[in-house]
Design a protein around this ligand. Structure first.
Ligand code: PMP
Length: 412
């Protein structure tokens, strides 16, 4: 058994669970360091999708035949798995969405549209992904609201002193990410939530990045809404979940109208279904919901604390090694980070870095990472971002470092 110095899991066995990793790209063994964009899928998840379509594909909830009952049972079992994953009080507070983006838009267009009025304020942060900026701006434009952003300090942490001064009785929603996709910063969401609640605001946390790295406990956080995407969690694309506190979800109007979300329909009047179905109009993404449960079971079988210990070990090593390359500037040096390493390299454009690394089989992401305000804050156009998962290795980081030396040589 091959163990790493940081943790005692068998990295070779884990890598064998991810068939995509065992391939050559441009004549070199693939090094996949684009995990913050999307993670790879273990065989168990791929098989869950296949088993569903081969064995019991059927529409859920309304059918009384055997296949429909099995599909419904697995779909609802996945909801309970998400409840456990987030430590939510009940499965009715888990709404399946297409991902984090839909979760945020749902809250903006139901809670936000229904409860906010002209003059109210929404506080986001300077570290947000565009999907936690634009939905609020769209709502603000329509309703005469103000969107304000918590500034970002030089080390990539939020300026919490300024946040304190921004809060007032005009603040109605605070929407921040748990961890930043472009810099890796883990935000003090528990403190943000407590402070926002003290002025009567509700808080949405964008958990797209944190959910694969950190333990999430929505009750301990006392968060009002928590959104995540399955594809960043070793699950399928096009599926995610939104947790919302029952009292808020019950008070909110539905998001989309259609089948499933109703109790009774006449041409005069429609009554809406109970939670969570009120927010799940139409035939959902059944296969991917079923496979999300498998992804969560896979993560649980390794354990979040083992995962984060190993990923921290990778991040620390990568940070040490990459910082030693002359001309490198690491963007984002928060005390607490998920395994994201963003950097710029002298006068070399990030796109050139990405292309030359790809020629060596190394997949990184380059550009603004859907966080243009972060790039503006640091007066850069973009970064090169290497983001690590538990199937990555120290040897792969050595290849990245060698790859960057090659970039410098070629671009000199
Ligand atoms: N928020 C953050 C912090 C993200 O990293 C992402 C995905 N890059 C999103 C939101 C949007 O997630 P999705 O595209 O899966 O809806």
């Amino acid at each position: 058994m091959t163990t790493t110095s940081a943790v005692s899991f068998d990295i070779e066995r884990i890598r064998a669970d991810f068939p995509i990793l065992d391939q050559e790209v441009n004549g070199r063994k693939l090094v996949y360091f684009d995990n913050a964009a999307t993670t790879q899928k273990p065989v168990a998840v791929i098989e869950a999708l296949m088993n569903y379509y081969r064995g019991y594909n059927a529409n859920i909830h309304r059918g009384i035949h055997t296949l429909a009952e099995k599909a419904t049972a697995d779909f609802e079992a996945s909801r309970r798995a998400v409840r456990d994953f987030l430590n939510a009080p009940s499965a009715e507070e888990i709404i399946f969405t297409s991902g984090t983006t839909m979760g945020i838009n749902l809250v903006a267009q139901t809670y936000g549209r229904h409860f906010l009025k002209a003059g109210d304020e929404i506080i986001i942060s300077g570290l947000e992904h565009h999907s936690n900026i634009v939905p609020w701006q769209m709502l603000a434009g329509e309703k005469g609201l103000t969107v304000r952003a918590i500034p970002v300090l030089e080390n990539g942490e939020l300026d919490m002193e300024t946040f304190d001064t921004m809060l007032s009785d005009r603040t109605k929603i605070v929407a921040v990410n748990h961890a930043s996709n472009s810099l890796g910063t883990v935000n003090p969401v528990k403190e943000i939530i407590a402070k926002a609640h003290a002025v009567g605001a509700v808080v949405l946390v964008d958990g797209a990045q944190a959910s694969s790295h950190l333990e999430i406990d929505v009750q301990d956080l006392d968060v009002d809404f928590y959104a995540f995407s399955a594809h960043k969690l070793y699950g399928p694309t096009g599926i995610g979940a939104l947790y919302g506190k029952r009292a808020l979800l019950e008070a909110m109007p539905p998001y989309m109208g259609g089948g499933e979300m109703i109790k009774e329909v006449t041409f005069e009047k429609t009554t809406f279904n109970d939670l969570p179905y009120k927010f799940e109009a139409g035939t959902p993404n059944i296969a991917d919901v079923v496979a999300l449960k498998t992804a969560l079971e896979y993560i649980n079988s390794i354990g979040k604390s083992t995962i984060s210990a190993y990923e921290n070990h990778l991040l620390t090593y990568a940070t040490e090694q990459v910082s030693q390359i002359e001309g490198v500037r690491i963007i984002g040096q928060a005390k607490e980070k998920i395994s994201v390493l963003s950097f710029v390299l002298e006068s070399i454009h990030h796109q050139d870095i990405g292309i030359i690394l790809d020629q060596q089989g190394i997949a990184v992401r380059t550009g603004h990472h859907c966080t243009q305000p972060v790039m503006d804050r640091f007066c850069i156009l973009g970064t090169t971002r290497a983001s690590f998962a538990f199937y990555n290795t120290i040897e792969e980081i050595d290849k990245l470092v060698a790859g960057l030396h090659r970039v410098k040589k070629l671009m000199a």
